[in-house]
Design a protein around this ligand. Sequence first.
Ligand code: SF4
Length: 112
Amino acid sequence: MECRAGCGACCIAPSITSPLPGMPQGKPAGVPCAQLLPDMRCAVFGRPERPSFCGSLRPAADMCGDSREQAIFWLSRLEEETCPGAPTARMISGKAGLAGVCESAADAHVLP
Ligand code: SF4
């Protein structure tokens, strides 16, 4: 499966806990990444400063859905459900490989 052109959902909805260029404290959930270009491509793709988290996210039918909005919704829900203390965190994070990511997802539905 290929990434949807112009999507960028996985560079907006999830939090990233490791530092990245322009975001030394990591990226909060629901905030567009500082490295996300206007055409929704990654400015540091293929470079060592790109967080390993980003490379671990692969396009998949359940995550990406049929639209960017569906992908934002799915990833935002996953973010909420993988917060420490969420009862379903282990099951869901194991499915999607997003263990350990969590920030406030209150603004996660904001699109740039
Ligand atoms: S570093 Fe690149 S791939 Fe990772 S969230 Fe930012 S724009 Fe997306």
